[in-house]
Design a protein around this ligand. Structure first.
Ligand SMILES: C[S@@+](CC[C@H](N)C(=O)[O-])C[C@H]1O[C@@H](n2cnc3c(N)ncnc32)[C@H](O)[C@@H]1O
Length: 307
């Protein structure tokens, strides 16, 4: 089984490769697809720093990209620590940062990781197995109100209340141990009539909560934009509207941080623009990619350039 097919590969490579020596950071190394492209196309004296919080991704990609020697430095860490990782790699600023966020196909399709409603597995969903709270803890110990809020906020699931009520009802008799047990409770709660799998939103919500994905994204974007040299670029690929909204809004603020009320004729807040948004509209996958990479359907790439 292929570890992970990188999305928007050509679009990332076209926009990320510098014609000069450059320091690249791949915050989401995963199966190393994007990093391999960068290693191949960048100048020999460039360096790539690869980060992933998942030890399985690190082990796989270390072996896969071994031939690039010390052009690639790999760190197992949460990308929210990008500033300290860059420092430990020996740099204070970098030229390109890539974030291809969310989960890899390997994490989704590996039954033991307990991410997917398609396979029977122990409920888990932690990208980093050292995290203290797993999906199992949420559905078996959180209150009905907490579960409702998580499923609504991070899954935008209109029937979150009903799902939470049925989760709490079910666990009175028995713990919810597996992905399919949870998925069946969701299906019973909201029916099967939707176009998408009925469990998609609730599973996404629980995964986002377990891994604190949105908070970490916000924190990391702020650090990343400040780590870039003049002319440096930040490229972010998102897979759902909650993430994309954060990236779009952050980029807008980096370009125009002024908070003066519009009726004031001159700026008094003195907040300076950090650069410009290169992608007024997000880059999405073309027809060809959509034919062979299902994950590309929801992928959006946005790019910010530092001044
Ligand atoms: C969509 S995959 C990246 C795939 C990669 N671009 C490739 O070409 O194979 C996302 C990866 O980012 C990692 N990841 C997600 N959130 C992370 C975080 N906060 N810190 C570090 N790694 C993270 C996941 O473990 C996963 O391996």
């Amino acid at each position: 089984m292929e570890y992970h097919k990188p999305v928007l590969f050509n679009e990332v490579i076209e926009n990320i490769i510098s014609d000069k020596k450059a320091i690249y950071v791949d915050c989401t190394l995963g199966g190393g697809g994007h990093s391999e492209g960068i290693l191949e196309k960048s100048s020999d004296d460039s360096k790539v720093i690869g980060i992933d919080q998942d030890i399985e991704a690190i082990d796989f990609t270390k072996r896969k990209l071994e031939k690039y020697g010390d052009k690639l430095k790999i760190f197992q860490d949460n990308f929210k620590n990008i500033d300290s990782v860059v420092y430990f790699a020996g740099y204070s600023k970098v030229d390109r940062i890539l974030m291809d966020i969310g989960v890899s196909s390997n994490q989704l399709d590996n039954k033991e990781r307990g991410f997917s409603y398609k396979y029977e597995a122990k409920l888990d969903m932690r990208m980093n197995k050292e995290l203290s709270i797993s999906a199992y803890d949420i559905v078996n110990t959180f209150s009905e109100k907490e579960i409702t809020d998580i499923i609504y906020k991070y899954g935008e699931e209109p029937k979150s209340r009903k799902i939470a009520k049925n989760i709490v009802e079910y666990r009175k008799n028995k713990k919810i141990e597996t992905t399919l047990e949870l998925s069946n409770i969701i299906i019973k709660s909201i029916g099967k009539s939707m176009k998408k799998h009925p469990s998609k939103r609730a599973f996404q919500a629980i995964r986002i909560y377990v891994n604190r994905e949105l908070e970490v994204l916000e924190e990391t974007l702020d650090k990343a934009v400040n780590l870039l040299n003049k002319g440096g670029k930040l490229l972010v690929i998102t897979f759902h509207s909650l993430e994309d909204r954060i990236v779009k809004e952050k980029f807008r603020k980096y370009e125009n941080p002024c908070i003066c009320p519009p009726e004031i004729p001159i700026c008094i807040c003195k907040k300076k623009s950090l650069g410009k948004v290169i992608t007024k509209k997000a880059i999405i996958a073309g027809k060809e990619e959509l034919q062979f990479n299902n994950r590309a359907h929801s992928a959006k790439l946005r790019i910010f350039e530092r001044s």
